[in-house]
Design a protein around this ligand. Structure first.
Ligand code: N2P
Length: 344
């Protein structure tokens, strides 16, 4: 190799490096699948001349494991409330101070001083909702406002059930069904939780994420899944109905955070501020059919969202809902063990 070639090579390397270090024009988002409005992304790309790439995950644990392993290349992640404290504690998130951004004034007061991120130094609201039961009424006509549909399924639904692959949501449902409190460490109760889940799982078809297609198509006749996705399924197939497990169901909020090793921090901050604009938050919700935490966004959302049976919790079930929190690490360890057993 002569000197000139080496110099040219070095030159290219420098240019290439400078190109990615300056990171103008790119943003890599790691989010739950089928959850990010393409229209909102396009609007952001056009406004800031940034090329956005969205990569999907199907559970909090998948996302956490991937980022923990390093080398992911993502700038933004969208963990649920019960996971944010773990991300912060492990030093995976940048303290991006969304609370100091210009659009923060649009965040509903209710979602500012949240236990998982007091004052919102790390995260900004994405969407919130709850996990409940979705059933095809043509297949099963009985009571759907109970966890029994999933945990002790009627013969009509056996072998046709899909459960969200989200450990805490499933354990929450089962603990409540058996009369326990969330984050219980009661050994006897947890043994029952395990046995109930092992027995129930033999009657499930899948623990899969793709419900917006497979519930309306008839591949699944019963699901334990998030409300917005079931609303989308019902819009494709009116035989789908949503039930609120009276024994107890979990509420969630997913929040947008910037990763500590993000390469495109400025673009990620622009994105955080962008989604706190009511019209943009409305695009997010109109696509995925969950509520968001941004004041003034509802007026930009389709009318059917204001009265959707999946989004408006009936008064009689309001008390059964509980916000899903992070359990102490020693309790989470017990739950992880049960989950591993159930998934064997
Ligand atoms: C549904 C995504 C819901 C995320 N596609 C629940 N945290």
């Amino acid at each position: 190799m002569n000197w000139k070639m080496t110099a040219a090579g070095a030159m290219l390397a420098i240019l290439g490096f400078a190109g990615s270090a300056a990171a103008e024009g790119a943003l890599n988002i790691y989010n739950w699948g089928d959850y990010t409005s393409p229209e909102m992304i396009k609007k952001f790309e056009d406004k800031y001349k940034v090329k956005v790439t969205v990569t999907d995950y199907d559970s909090n644990d998948t996302a956490l494991a991937k980022v923990r392993a390093g080398g992911h290349g993502f700038d933004i992640v969208v963990p649920s409330a019960n996971y944010v404290p773990i991300w912060v504690k492990e030093g995976l998130l940048l303290e991006a101070r969304p609370d100091q951004m210009s659009n923060f004034k649009n965040v509903d007061e209710r979602w500012v001083n949240v236990p998982w991120d007091p004052g919102r130094h790390y995260t900004t609201p994405w969407q919130w909702g709850l996990t409940g039961v979705g059933v095809n009424k043509k297949v099963y006509g009985g009571d759907i406002n109970t966890a029994k549909v999933i945990l002790d399924p009627p013969p009509e639904l056996a072998g046709k059930i899909n459960v969200a692959p989200e450990m805490n949501d499933v354990l929450f449902l089962t603990i409540k069904y058996l009369g326990g409190n969330w984050c219980t460490a009661d050994k006897e109760l947890l043994k029952k939780v395990r046995d109930t889940l092992v027995a129930a799982k033999s009657k499930w078809l899948a623990m899969d994420y793709s419900v917006t297609e497979k519930l309306p198509s008839g591949d699944y006749a019963g699901v334990y899944y998030w409300n917005g996705a079931v609303m989308r399924a019902r819009m494709k197939n009116p035989d789908i109905a949503f039930g609120y497990p009276k024994e107890g169901f979990p509420f969630f909020m997913d929040s947008v955070a910037i990763l500590k090793d993000a390469k495109n921090v400025e673009n990620a901050k622009l994105f955080m501020n962008f989604i706190m604009e009511p019209e943009n938050a409305a695009l997010i919700s109109s696509f995925a059919k969950y509520a968001n935490g941004i004041k003034g966004s509802a007026e930009f959302m389709p009318a059917e969202m204001k009265s959707a049976p999946e989004l408006v919790v009936p008064a009689e079930f309001e008390k059964a809902g509980e916000f899903l929190t992070a359990c102490p690490p020693e309790v989470s360890e017990l739950y992880t063990r049960i989950w591993t057993d159930v998934n064997k």
